[in-house]
Write a new protein. Sequence first.
Length: 589
Amino acid sequence: MVYSGNAITVQMLSDGIAEFRFNLQTDYLQDFEGALNAIKATPHIQGIWLSVPSLFGLNFDCNASHAQQLITSFAQLPIPKVATLEHQAIGGGAEILLACDYRILTPHAKIAFPDLTYGMTPFLGGTVRLPHLVGLQTAIDWFISSKIIDANTAFKNHFSDSIVTSAQLKNAALHTLKLAITGRLNGQSQRQQYSNAQKILQFHQAKQSTLEQFPLQHYPSYKYLIDHLKHSFDLSAYDALKQELAIYEQVKDLPQTQATLHHWHNLQQLKKEEKQNKRYEHPIQKVALFGEITFAPSIVQQGMTCYIQDINALQNAYQATPVQNWNFLQPKTTDLKQVDIIFECSNTDIKQRKYQLENIEHDCHRNTILVVQLKDYSLEKVSIHLQHKHNLVGLHALDDNTIELVRTSQTSDICIATVSAFLQRLGKKVFVVKDAQGFFIRRVAKAYLDAYSHLLQQGITTEQIYQQLNQFGWDTTPEQWATRFELYTTITPYQLHTHIKQNDINDMMMVSLCNEAIRCLEKGIVQSHAQLDVMTIEILGFPIFKGGVYHYIQSIGIAEYLALCDKYSDLGEQYKAPASLLEQQQEVV
């Protein structure tokens, strides 16, 4: 064994070939350095097989200069290097593959360079090596789009040298290395050459199309990357890598980047909490549906028996379900005690629903989970007479894929974990909120639309409002919000605020939206700053480069934000500062 670590092992095979294997997908930098030093200290190694099942990028808070230096040192080893990829290489993982002379992929292997999605730029040599391998235009497209590239596309664009099955990877790697060691292959990739006119045209087109989609003031990392590629393409590898690192360090400190990274950190935090909660999850085998529900076909595709209590809903489910899954679709059952979870999705009035829910609870097992579809009234209001509220949860569908899962103070963690996992298996985004009138999203969206109505009453035109919202970074208009969430404003006339100017538009709308979001946090409707920020971005479309509502307030400063609240406080309660922000400011003072 040449080197043995948790993340990486290096062992000698035959004919002077060493297998450099990644055993972990992340947190491999320290082992990479140890493995590299061990290889340098082993003179009889004539070739390296870089064996990669799957590999992701390094954390953005790592020592980027040190990491780039290690990958460069590996690339400069004076022996042939062949990388094989079985599953996926993302970001820095794909950049490490580029440090080898040859790449062999399986048919289902995938690569991607998603750094710009996080507001960052590559820093492990990807911007230097990829353009000379796949061409300028293709490299720009792969970086800008952050799209998943399949094995065939990678092979077609010369990223990989061959495609073989998983069982053939080792033999293919060893065969390639033996040819390279004996001089029958030239392991140095040919640098693609372009005339000045070609380069100017390609970069001009790329810059124009990119800035149309990603405006500079909101997504500066995109422009930084294109400018870097333009100026580094004809530099020596040393100078190009040096410039890549300088660009990375410059982009890393931009406020838009910090906000975007904040969002991805929050997402990871919520996923970690979600994973911890899965220990409470109970298995689901049988489901009963009352009323019409769109995801019945998805349920049976999971191999679960689905009893549909309504004949019209059953007919619709048959039409939408592949024939091979029909045996999982079952008509109405009178034995609800055998069912693990029941969805009550009727459109009757509250009085009738209360009666139906009581009957369902009476007929089912005391451990059966009851999921009640909600629209605009609270779960407590419709289920006030139920006995087993620990197994009760509300379902507030915001669209076909996004759900607020509503819990009361009595809903158990088992119930939440089980329903959440169940819906996620059906492809839904699930966010858990506390039971309250309007829940979270509709409350915040309503505050935003009320501010919009205030502005219209002041004589501000829709064109003026749209222009300011677009400059802020919103992709949706207030009318689109009203349609999506079925909201209508009912603002009563009040004294005109005669000093509203163009630059007040965003401040008024953001103060109204942010205040309601913070009040939802104060009332426990959402559980954390992370959840608040993620939901406002993932559901409402709050600009990701602002980091979410709470991060936005922190970025402009609490004192400055409270001054805005005070400026518009005469417009109504929704503009008055939330108590928690006032307390934070007092603590600072």
